[in-house]
Design a protein around this ligand. Structure first.
Ligand code: MLC
Ligand code: AMP
Length: 512
């Protein structure tokens, strides 16, 4: 079934009811949601985009960008969101790989995006501006949609048809497009909607970005299924979120959001009196954050675990009758999702034995875009997806993530693959070799740092290296520190010992 049709089947019969309100006081009814997505879908069709075609979008979060996602579902095309922090070379790669029919971007980026689109022969390029900067819905996307005949109904889609492609970086440094079907998204959203006990009067406080799984599929899809209401913030700001909690019931965030809430001295149980559920994920939450939050507010944060490729995999229990919410764990496999912990030789780990987390179910991606070999590599012979996370199951069934077999840094909920940055560093004049690592950071959980060896006589220093990387990489990937050393520590096999580097520089960000 088309996921948009599933959402529509859950919308209230009184379509004059509000679906969302923004921080600036704008509200959007279900009627308006229907009309605007019908016009956007009409524009997509009039441009000749057919099911399976990709519509790539790199814009700031706005109500319109959310509606564009829904319009793509409605029109049966494949939605391809891109982090607004990505820079020129990153965007050139994504567009070249995905070959979208339509690309919608922020007007401020036209100077560098237009030539990329021209060189790649992208048929249609439009702009969309964010609400917080200018009047709602400005940019030529909205102007063109306004004159377009609205789509009636929706384009039928089968379960296995693609709904979205989300790029996720890889350990090889080359990003892969995770192909997600209508069934992948609907099954996971329906499962979460049931598991987290959504209620008719729920109001979701949405502060996450809309270009990754957490904000787009976990938060948005569940509240759409609830036919529910949303308070829509274009970015996370702790004081604004606390104020909005007076009218919200559900909040979802990465661990950084929770540490930032706790850093507000006014944040207490009274602020959360109206709230029913706090969900955390995308990165490990410290057990201390879980305990401190409970002590301050009386709420036990529900931690869950997922991935771009799989949607949500496990969740702590929502209902007391299913068990306690346990800090430092990610709970149990979700209904419909099979999770196992496998040892290196493929046998299944016993209780308390650490192994590789593997997943199977209707939530698991259909493959990586145009990478059949890579897809095959990431699945076991019996069809389980290899997450690259290491986990352990306790005697009473709680799963904990204890590390990663993939070389990955998660900073403020964003994934950074060291290989991508090392390749850029190694290509800079004056750098002989480099190692990129994640170091403990009080705000971001982990922060990216680089250790580099200069070529003989090279004059390259930390500020220049950071400045060069900033011009080429999304800002969250840029190392916050670069250490220049004479040699990198290596083991007998010649492999760089990143563990030693992480230990040596562990205290770098100890105080902000
Ligand atoms: C911003 N900065 C970061 C950063 N975010 N640095 C490291 N890590 C991050 N995550 C840096 C910028 O580069 C900039 O530095 C400075 O901080 C200010 O930028 P900002 O944009 O004003 O920051 P802020 O608004 O405070 O953003 C921080 C944040 C944001 C934590 C609110 O990063 C965020 O919303 N993260 C959520 C990510 C998310 O949605 N993850 C889900 C992925 S899905 P400079 O030097 O340039 O000034 C997934 C699957 C699953 O993982 O299971 O959910
Ligand atoms: P992404 O590729 O952005 O989808 O990130 C997925 C990765 O985030 C997973 O493979 C995990 O390593 C990590 N992750 C997500 N949720 C959690 C969590 N609750 N605890 C620890 N790690 C998590």
């Amino acid at each position: 079934m088309n996921l948009f049709a599933l959402f529509q089947s859950r919308f209230p019969t009184d379509s004059s009811r509000p679906f969302l309100e923004t921080e600036s006081g704008r509200s959007l009814t279900f009627d308006e949601l229907d009309q605007i997505t019908a016009r956007y879908a009409g524009l997509i069709q009039s441009l000749g985009a057919v099911p399976g075609d990709r519509v790539a979008v790199q814009v700031e979060k706005s109500v319109e960008s959310m509606l564009l996602y829904l319009a793509c579902l409605r029109a049966g095309v494949v939605y391809l969101p891109l982090n607004s922090a990505y820079r020129e070379s990153e965007i050139a790669y994504f567009l070249g790989d995905a070959t979208p029919t339509i690309f919608v971007h922020a007007p401020k980026d036209t100077d560098w995006i237009a030539p990329i689109c021209q060189s790649l022969n992208i048929a249609h390029r439009f702009t969309m501006d964010a609400e917080r900067k200018v009047q709602a819905g400005s940019g030529d996307w909205d102007k063109n949609a306004a004159n377009c005949p609205p789509m009636v109904g929706f384009v039928p889609r089968d379960d296995d048809d693609l709904a979205a492609i989300l790029y996720t970086s890889g350990t090889t440094g080359r990003s892969k497009g995770a192909m997600l079907t209508h069934l992948n998204l609907s099954s996971n959203a329906l499962t979460l909607h049931r598991a987290w006990g959504f209620q008719p009067d729920d109001v979701l406080l949405h502060t996450l970005p809309l270009f990754h799984v957490h904000g787009l599929f976990v938060a948005l899809n569940t509240i759409l299924l609830n036919g529910g209401r949303m308070i829509f913030h274009t970015r996370f700001d702790a004081p604004a979120a606390i104020a909005a909690m007076q009218r919200a019931t559900v909040f979802m965030g990465v661990p950084t959001y929770y540490t930032r809430l706790l850093a507000e001295s006014s944040f207490d149980a009274a602020c959360c009196a109206h709230m029913r559920l706090f969900v955390s994920g995308s990165a490990p939450m410290l057990a201390e954050t879980f305990s401190e939050f409970a002590a301050r507010t009386g709420h036990h944060i529900l931690e869950r675990y997922g991935m771009t490729e799989t949607g949500m995999i496990t969740s702590n229990p929502y209902r007391k009758s299913d068990g306690e919410r346990r800090g430092g764990t990610v709970g149990f496999a979700l209904p419909d999702v099979e999770v196992r912990i496998a040892l290196d030789d493929g046998t299944i780990a016993k209780t308390n034995e650490i192994g590789h987390i593997q997943v199977k179910g209707p939530n698991v991606l259909s493959g990586y875009w145009q990478m059949p070999d890579k897809t095959a590599e990431e699945f076991t012979n019996d069809g389980f997806f290899k997450t690259g996370d290491m986990g352990v199951v306790s005697a009473d069934g709680y799963i904990s993530i204890v590390g990663r077999s993939k070389d990955l840094v998660i900073s403020g909920g964003y994934n950074v693959y060291p290989k991508e940055i090392e390749m850029l560093l190694d290509g800079l004049d004056g750098i002989a070799e480099s190692a990129v690592i994640g170091l403990p950071h009080p705000d971001f959980g982990e922060a990216v740092a680089a250790v580099v060896v200069k070529k003989n006589g090279a004059g390259l220093e930390e500020p220049a290296i950071i400045a060069t990387l900033k011009s080429q990489l999304a800002n969250f990937k840029v190392p916050k520190r670069v250490f220049v050393v004479d040699d990198l520590p290596r083991n007998a096999m010649g492999k760089v010992q990143k563990k030693l580097l992480r230990e040596q520089y562990a205290a770098t960000f100890a105080s902000k």
